[in-house]
Design a binder for this molecule. Sequence first.
Ligand code: ZN
Length: 77
Amino acid sequence: MPWCERCDRFLNPNTVQPDGTCPSCGRPIDPAAAAEGAEEDEQASVPWHFWVLVAGVVLYLGWRFVELLLWIAREWF
Ligand SMILES: [Zn+2]
C-alpha cells in the first residue's frame, strides 16, 4: 500500500498519479511502496498461461460433451 509521509496517510494504488506522486500534495510516493503497487497491478492482469489453461479446459470439456452426445446416440438410437 503506497504511503505518503507528508499527508501521513495510506493511498489507494489507483489514486496515486501515473508519475508516482501523491494526488493530494504532489510529493513523490515512497519508491518501495510504489513498486509494491505496480506489482499488485501486474498480478491483477491475467497472465498468459491462464488463457492456455482456459483453452485446455474448454477443449477438454468440449470433447467430453461430444463424447457424451456420441454415447447418448449409441445407447438410445
Ligand atoms: Zn501527499
